[in-house]
Design a protein around this ligand. Structure first.
Ligand code: ACO
Length: 330
């Protein structure tokens, strides 16, 4: 395959599990209230996967929807990346499970770990694989079963997350500028502000580790909040500059769906007002799936139309962050 300069998204899809957990339902689980959650986060409800649904099952549904939207067969995929922090198991990769389920037998497959920033990292990685000429068509999925990894006794975190998956099919070519240049960053010195400390090689599975609930997500919310606002705002500004695009030209800005107050603070700093897309009220924070689901919804509900310039920005554990700009051409 020849190197190319344009890479376009030719289809998107998303999936959320059937079960809805409202803020009022959470009042039965921990000491909290709908008023507290909504005023602090903008969330009203989130979807929770069934006990027999793994992350790859959610990703598979989103993948099928994206392939149908793109109008291509799974056999046409050369590359399949799943961004997730809640894999089915340590190995094989969740991507391999999705590959098997959708029949993408010609793709090479791997997972990408960048916490909530994973989908944008994967989008950029796949785009560059296509630009290099190594692959022609790629499927990028953000999929999470966060409900497995959150501590349902910790009201500071369990109210924030939901399960779901989103996907995009990328292909060489297309009209317009396609997926443009991205800005990515990481800061490992802040890892302990947002992590799952137990269960890996640092702190392996043991009765003691589980008794200490170290296998669940831990977060210092206020610190995360501050860094998320600063990093996403700066990343958007840098990405616009890198692509010679002004904020006025952006039709829609899709941020990581972590908290309506984080999104509001970024909107205020950038001065983008109601061009900020949000669905955090319905799904809460679905980590790496959040941007993918929001992109799919923004396309399907007509917010994003052919020829529109769209900015994407993410922030997550690591810390990791990034921003990108694309011209929608479907
Ligand atoms: N219900 C009621 N009260 C609560 C709850 C709850 N669910 N959770 C905490 N509280 C209490 C606390 O105990 C505390 O009480 P105290 O004052 O008596 O000690 C009080 O509310 C204030 O707690 P804070 O944690 O200081 O509340 P804050 O206003 O910072 O809001 C929140 C907390 C919503 C978590 C906020 O810090 C936040 O959104 N941070 C960013 C989190 C985030 O988005 N993380 C993910 C980003 S990256 C990624 O997606 C992985």
């Amino acid at each position: 395959m020849k190197p190319t300069r344009i890479v376009s998204i030719i289809g998107t899809g998303s999936y959320v599990p059937e079960k809805v957990l409202t803020n009022h339902d959470l009042e039965e689980i921990v000491e909290t209230s709908d008023e507290w959650i909504h005023s602090r986060t903008g969330m009203r409800e989130r979807h929770i996967a069934a006990a027999n649904q793994a992350t790859s099952d959610l990703g598979t549904e989103a993948a099928k929807a994206a392939l149908a939207d793109a109008g291509i067969a799974a056999e046409e995929l050369d590359l399949l990346i799943v961004a997730t922090l809640s894999p089915d198991m340590f190995f094989p990769s969740t991507a391999c499970f999705v590959q098997e389920r959708i029949g993408a037998k010609n793709a090479f497959c791997y997972d990408l770990g960048a916490a909530c920033s994973g989908f944008l990292y994967a989008l950029d990685t796949a785009k560059n694989q296509i630009i290099s000429g190594a692959v022609k068509t790629a499927l990028v999925i953000g999929a999470e079963k966060m409900s497995t990894f959150i501590d349902w006794e910790d009201r500071g975190t369990c109210i924030l997350f939901g399960d779901g998956a989103g996907a995009a099919v990328l292909q060489a070519g297309g009209e317009g500028r396609g997926i443009m240049k991205s800005v990515m960053g990481s800061d490992g010195s802040l890892a302990d502000l947002l992590w799952i400390p137990g269960g890996g090689s640092r702190n392996p599975v043991s009765h003691e580790m589980i008794d200490q609930r170290q296998h669940y997500l831990k977060m210092q919310g206020r610190e995360v909040f501050k860094h998320a606002v600063v990093r996403m705002t700066e990343a958007v500004i840098e990405a616009l500059e890198k692509n010679n695009v002004t904020l006025d030209e952006i039709k829609c800005l899709i941020p990581h769906q972590a908290n309506i107050r984080i999104i509001g603070a970024i909107a205020k700093r950038l001065g983008v007002g109601d061009r900020m897309y949000t669905n955090v009220e319905k799904y809460a924070n679905t980590s790496s799936a959040a941007l993918a689901i929001a992109l799919d919804e923004a396309v399907k509900d007509g917010t994003i139309q052919r020829g529109d310039l769209v900015a994407l920005t993410v922030f997550g554990g690591g810390f990791t962050w990034g921003a990108s700009v694309l011209e929608w051409s479907k």
